[in-house]
Design a protein around this ligand. Structure first.
Ligand code: HAM
Length: 429
């Protein structure tokens, strides 16, 4: 039954994000939302769980994500449901269900659940920022999507980012390629890792994604998908490359890049932070999935998107020493040594005027309140004692810069502080 008195902890592989670390999340999400909006994307919200069939049919029964990692359960009504292991399948399901006008450009922030062995940068619940574009296979959209992610990394200040680009071809050129790959792998079956020696016929593309040295050695000389693209797929890739080059987005063509989800067609890409250890260094990835809408029961509709893992992205920022944010500090700490009523009113007024105001509670002593004021990082302590109350003033004491203490009339203290507020510079940071 376990120990009923031991304090409960978050499940292994999950984590709490507390203040002030969460200030980085806020800033990152706000900047992502701003950039997505500029590129014509709107926010989409989807359920955290779906009919498990959605992921089976969408992501693929043979993918690791579905086969080994899905949080799947039968609910109290006997339905087979799964927590979303990623964002794309749900967004495409919503597109199929609601028929919004195309091109439909959606961005999202979502937790994603995968039953993986927890380690640094690999969690059972992680969070993704992502976009999806549905209803067009124009390669210029691929360029937009890749550039949106690349520019975000640039804005964060990351320099050690490697962008690998590939094309998985369409159904037709891929089946010719897969046949050639299987023939090649059959000749080298005995050299493959234990898992793939038996399974390579079920999903030969997975072997290209295998990180084990045995498989790496074999696939080094395997046939390359880029040599098998038909005319239309080759032209698509050429235009994506030209667009990235025009916009100065550096990339490396990587014909072995297949990614872990089975819905991809044509353009695929992955951003790796070379400052992180290679097993968990993917800080974002995505690609086209021109057959996904149909696979989940909709009419045929091409699509492309990406997902960026927030935790890993922040680990990469730490590794490069960038995006170390100072959380925004309050403008004032209201110190009230009467009975708290003055602090209650003044904090209310300041906040309504758009100023950051905090205070102490529980009738603390002057000394204790001043200590809290110092710790809060506020710009000013606004002090109200019996004397201030009687003379209708507030004593304003600068906490973060040298300067005299001032007696400010109570009636004008909000304006007085607004003039000295750092709110505007903070917004622009
Ligand atoms: P994904 O590559 O499976 O793609 O995941 C996207 C990103 O999520 C990864 O690059 C990584 O940063 C992060 N990530 C994945 N698994 C974990 C984990 N266990 N712990 C921490 N971070 C993780 C997708 O999910 C696709 N839906 C992306 C996409 C959107 N493709 C098209 N549209």
């Amino acid at each position: 039954m376990g120990d009923h008195t031991a304090p409960l902890r978050a499940p292994a592989g999950t984590h709490d994000v507390l203040w002030p670390e969460s200030a980085r999340w806020e800033r990152l999400v706000a900047e992502f939302a701003r950039r997505a909006r500029l590129a014509g994307f709107g926010l989409v919200l989807n359920p955290m769980f779906e009919d498990a069939q959605l992921f089976r049919r969408g992501i693929g029964d043979e993918s690791d994500v579905v086969r080994k990692e899905m949080y799947e359960f039968t609910d109290r009504g006997g339905r087979d449901v799964a927590l979303r292991p990623e964002g794309t399948a749900s967004v495409v399901r919503a597109f199929v269900q609601h028929h919004p006008p195309v091109p439909w450009k959606a961005w999202y922030l979502t937790p994603a659940f995968r039953y993986e062995r927890p380690q640094a940068g690999r969690y059972k619940q992680h969070h993704q920022l992502g976009v999806e574009v549905l209803g067009t296979d124009d390669p210029d959209v691929d360029v937009e999507v890749v550039t949106l992610a690349a520019d975000l990394y640039g804005w964060l200040g990351l320099r050690q980012v490697d962008l690998a680009l590939n094309s998985m071809g369409c159904g037709e050129c891929r089946s010719v390629y897969v046949a050639a790959l299987v023939t090649y792998l059959e000749d080298h079956a005995s050299e493959l890792c234990d898992e793939h020696r038996d399974r390579f016929r079920v999903n030969p593309l997975r072997v290209l994604d295998c990180k084990r040295p045995e498989c790496r050695a074999v696939t080094e000389h395997a046939p390359r998908i880029t040599d098998y693209l038909d005319e239309a797929c080759a032209a698509h890739l050429d235009r994506v490359r030209a667009g990235l080059e025009e916009l100065g987005v550096a990339y490396r063509l990587e014909p072995r890049l297949v990614r872990g989800l089975d819905y991809y067609t044509r353009t695929t890409f992955e951003f790796a932070a070379t400052s992180l250890s290679s097993a968990q260094n993917a800080i974002g990835g995505g690609g086209r999935y021109d057959g996904l809408a149909e696979a989940i029961g909709g009419s045929s509709s091409p699509g492309i998107g990406f997902g960026i893992g927030i935790e890993r992205l922040l680990l990469a920022c730490d590794a490069e020493g960038v995006f170390a944010l100072d959380p925004p500090l309050p403008d004032a700490f209201v110190v009230d040594v009467t009975d708290g009523t003055a602090a209650r009113a003044l904090c209310g007024e300041l906040r309504r005027a758009g100023l950051g105001a905090v205070r102490a509670y529980d009738g603390r002593s002057l000394k204790s309140q001043l200590k809290q004021a110092d710790r809060s990082g506020a710009r000013y302590a606004l002090i109200v004692g019996a004397e201030e109350l009687a003379t209708q003033i507030v004593t304003a004491r600068p906490l973060r810069h040298e300067g005299p203490q001032e007696a400010v009339p109570r009636a004008s203290v909000v304006d007085w502080l607004a003039q000295r507020s750092t709110a505007q510079t903070k917004e622009g940071q």
